[in-house]
Design a protein around this ligand. Structure first.
Ligand code: PLP
Length: 509
């Protein structure tokens, strides 16, 4: 198979090449290292130790391979998708809705192409899109202190926004606090910010979410994940430079409420009072902010003043408008308070100049027709009716998924999500019930081996193993994440396939 990696632009190619060739970090020794016992996926360090560098290939064409190729966290999500395709498994792993992209937006894209909108735009993004984003944030996040278009940069999805945010904030000796589990696809950007893959273990400080029974609604009494503010407070150190939050949370579906946000702001303010000179940024990813359940309101991290003043806000259109492949998102700096002096405005302008420097390196600008499409999405489609249709669609799929789970071998061992479109299933009891010969035949000892060796190839259902999502590998090894963003047919097909699971289990106690 040809070995070609497509990228979004030459800037990205050069970034990837230079980073992989000339990094002074974690140089690989001269003698080839081929010992290959897999470290936890979480660290994503497999590749470098397995590659033989710089071998001459005899006569004929030759190839030179760098000795210092750096290793970035590989995504369990993408490798699971590849495995699912190879085995024809129904994919409940990756969170890509299989509904159609809205016709209104397809028309806009076609019109942009016909109008030959094919040029570089401003690095920071088209003014019309930054205005549309500011208007959208000011309607939906926190009307009290409005965002201005100059606070906002358009990015290639939340992924590039996070890369830029974290790399402009965090240096080699800093620590970052986030949740355990967390959205593992951001690990590569964190490695880059810390300047080495081996630093993740020491400098990324996760605080666990806790499981509590729901107190109201259709699922009252069943467990859901909640943010634990005391655990958060205990994770801060004198080296903490940034806190990374997901609200709603991927993978657990936990949602921050107003009192938790207030408490978090208080904790950070108090910490800074006790540690003069230390300033802690918050980077909040609210990718799923329009997908909440049981009438729960979305309270943005930006709505809490003591968080908003230190907030880099990450936004994407991917999940709200079904545009995961169009790569369109943004980041926003804290809005300028009324009456702020010239010094504040100059400092913010300088900050944005630096971010533009980073964006220039990664992709230079986001594609013009996609930006034009995003203006239409935000100005014409982002209405209460549209959001209501999202709630209904995903609410129905969540119900379907939870109904099926309650009749499956996983019954009683999953957490009800309050937002987002994933369910975390504790497969510990199922692993205990797998017949010993099945465990031996498929070499199953944790969630990762269960999914890769058995669930995908044998049962024909793909899920994301918790190993790549949790720092705590005891927990990670017993959870899988199932997505319910897929349409009804896909969810039904997955649970039809899952019926076969019972035949591999000993009877329930
Ligand atoms: C929490 C979270 N952030 C970011 C992303 C990726 O967003 P984008 O496609 O806009 O880069 C995802 C995708 O699943 C996600 O779950």
């Amino acid at each position: 198979m040809p070995c070609v990696l497509t990228t979004c632009c030459v800037g990205t190619v050069s970034k990837m090449f230079v980073q992989s060739l000339v990094s002074p970090l974690r140089p690989v020794g001269h003698s080839p290292r081929i010992a290959c016992s897999p470290p936890p996926l979480w660290q994503g360090r497999l590749l470098a130790d397995c590659v033989q560098f710089g071998n001459a290939m005899g006569s004929g064409p030759q190839i030179v391979i760098p000795r210092q190729a750096r290793v970035f966290a590989s995504s369990a999500i993408h490798s699971i998708t590849e495995l699912a395709l190879r085995h024809g498994a129904v994919n409940l792993g990756q969170g890509t809705p299989d509904d159609e992209h809205p016709q209104r937006l397809r028309d806009e894209l076609a019109a942009s192409a016909q109008a030959d909108r094919s040029r570089y735009t401003a690095i920071q993004g088209m003014p019309a899109l930054r205005q549309a984003l500011a208007d959208n944030f000011n309607r939906e996040l926190n009307p009290a202190l409005p965002y201005q278009p100059d606070d906002i940069m358009v990015t290639q999805g939340a992924t590039e926004a996070f890369f830029i945010a974290i790399n402009s904030t965090v240096g080699p000796d800093d620590e970052v606090v986030t949740t355990d589990p967390y959205y593992g696809l951001y690990t590569g950007s964190l490695q880059m910010a810390f300047g080495g893959d081996d630093k993740i273990e020491r400098q990324l400080k996760p605080f666990p979410l806790k499981l509590e029974p729901l107190t109201e609604g259709d699922y009252a009494g069943q467990p859901h994940f909640v943010f634990d503010m005391e655990a958060f407070a205990n994770t801060l150190t004198e080296k903490t430079k940034a806190v990374v939050l997901f609200n709603p949370h991927n993978p657990t579906g936990a949602v921050l409420n107003a009192s938790q946000l207030k408490r978090m702001g208080q904790i950070l303010d108090d910490w800074e009072l006790d540690h003069p000179g230390q300033h802690i940024m918050v980077i909040a990813d609210e990718t799923y902010r329009h997908i909440l359940f049981d009438g729960r309101p979305h309270v943005s991290v930006a709505a809490e003043p003591s968080l908003q003043k230190r907030l880099i806000y990450i936004n994407t259109l991917a999940k709200t408008f079904n545009t995961t492949g169009y790569r369109i998102g943004s980041l926003a700096l804290p809005p300028t308070p009324p009456g702020a002096g010239r010094d504040v405005q100059d400092a913010k302008a300088e900050w944005m100049r630096n971010l533009k420097g980073l964006k220039n390196v990664t992709s230079m600008c986001s594609p013009e027709p996609i930006q034009a499409m995003a203006v239409v999405a935000l100005n014409q489609m982002a209405t209460p009716d549209y959001y209501q249709s999202l709630h209904e669609r995903y609410g129905a799929r969540r119900r379907k998924m939870l109904d099926h789970l309650s009749r499956s071998p996983f019954a009683g061992h999953y957490a009800v999500p309050d937002g987002g479109y994933f369910v975390m299933v504790d497969i510990g009891p199922t692993l205990d019930r797998l017949r010993p010969e099945v465990k031996t035949q498929y070499q199953i000892n944790d969630a990762d081996s269960f999914v890769r060796n058995f669930l995908i190839p044998q049962i024909k259902v793909a899920a994301i193993p918790g190993n790549g999502l949790f720092r705590d590998q005891q927990q990670g090894g017993r959870y899988i994440r199932l997505s319910f963003c897929q349409n009804d047919d896909t969810i039904e097909a997955a649970f039809r396939n899952l019926e076969a699971l019972s035949t591999y289990l000993t009877p329930a106690a």
